[in-house]
Write a protein of this length. Structure first.
Length: 357
């Protein structure tokens, strides 16, 4: 790989959103798009051994409420398994699609009980049009909303959720692990052709059989349910906390927005400042701008591309945002709070004023 200093040695020419090719050439010349298959293999093996150690701990503790403490490392290492499934979907690990699909199904379907095919379809649409309310499934109106247009006309429970969405965001993340499983299974049951869907559903069924069967062999039903609930809640919270800072509260293009690839990806993404602990806990996906510009770049290389990308955006006149982890959450929560402002104001009006309006 070339040094950051070499990457920054570029002409001072201004660029536009369509001038992505010079940056791509620099990144390629630096070797940052080269596969790191050996390093991935070692990381995957280490993570599997860590998960095996959690299982061994469950067996050793046996019928004890202390087993609930192991839900914490279980959540951490299953989140890291999700990172490997993510990387397989982006073809970051090797050169064979079959290899990536196998790694993706191993981690998503078998280890996590999620659908690799569903996630891949959804995530690729997100990458193609980040933060676009008509095209990005991650900002479609649902339990949470992201624009004033989405807030208009919401009533009942949906209106209550919108009014309070900033306050309940992190508690809702504890349900994300369950929601990912349900969404994936629903997708597979409706999918055509059926062959791949049957394979994925079989792996998911195997996951649940091994997960709950294994727990019930070690602890009685009440403790098994408690461990599974806590594990999945912490998994959802950890995984959601990794992805939440990346785009929430950033610019949201519309059908009238005409940005090139560079602008579209940079203006809608936010980095979280690098730190050894942050980088490890977020799997390197805190370098979200670099990830969106180069989705097939091995995750461990993203931080090495940051200096070049930041400088290039400066020359292009495109705002490049990298902030602290707390500030990143605060920005997203402020945006969610502002989106619900109109409904909060409407709910505060006297009954006569509401009828008149």
């Amino acid at each position: 790989m070339t040094s950051n200093a070499a990457l920054l040695n570029r002409p001072g020419k201004s660029a536009t959103g369509s001038d992505f090719a010079p940056l791509l050439r620099e990144i390629k010349a630096a070797g940052l798009l080269e596969r790191r298959t050996g390093a991935y293999a070692m990381s995957i093996i280490v993570n599997l051994l860590c998960l095996a150690a959690v299982v061994a701990g469950l067996i050793l503790l046996g019928n004890s409420w202390l087993t609930l403490l192991l839900a914490v490392p279980a959540a951490v290492f299953t989140t890291r398994a999700a990172f490997f499934g993510h990387d397989a979907g982006h073809q970051q690990i090797g050169r064979s699609r079959r290899l990536h699909d196998s790694i993706g199904r191993l981690h998503a379907n078998l280890l996590l009980g999620m659908s690799y095919g569903w996630w891949n379809d959804k995530h690729n649409r997100h990458h193609a049009n980040p933060n676009h309310t008509d095209k990005d499934p991650d900002v479609a109106a649902g339990v949470l909303i992201w624009t004033l247009d989405q807030a208009a006309g919401r009533t009942g429970l949906h209106a209550w959720l919108t009014r309070h969405q900033a306050g309940i965001f992190f508690p809702l993340l504890t349900l994300e692990g369950f929601a990912l499983k349900v969404s994936g299974i629903t997708y597979l049951l409706a999918r055509r052709p059926r062959r791949k869907a049957v394979l994925e559903l079989s792996l998911i069924a195997t996951h649940f059989a091994l997960y709950f069967g294994g727990l019930l062999m070690v602890v009685p039903l009440p403790k098994a349910i408690a461990f599974a609930a806590l594990h999945q809640a912490l998994f959802g919270l950890h995984l959601g906390s990794v992805f939440a800072p990346n785009h929430k509260g950033m610019e949201m293009p519309s059908a009238d927005t005409h940005w090139g690839h560079l602008e579209k990806q940079v203006r809608t993404s936010r980095n979280v400042n690098g730190h050894p602990v942050t980088d490890w806990m977020m799997g390197g996906l805190n370098y979200q701008i670099e990830h969106h510009l180069f989705p097939n770049m091995p995750r461990s290389n993203l931080r090495h591309a940051q200096a070049a990308v930041r400088a290039y955006c400066h020359h292009a006149g495109i705002p490049y945002l990298s902030t602290g982890i707390i500030d990143s959450y605060a920005q997203g929560l402020r945006h969610m709070h502002e989106v619900g402002a109109q409904l909060r104001q409407a709910s505060a009006l006297p009954a006569d004023a509401k009828r008149a309006s």
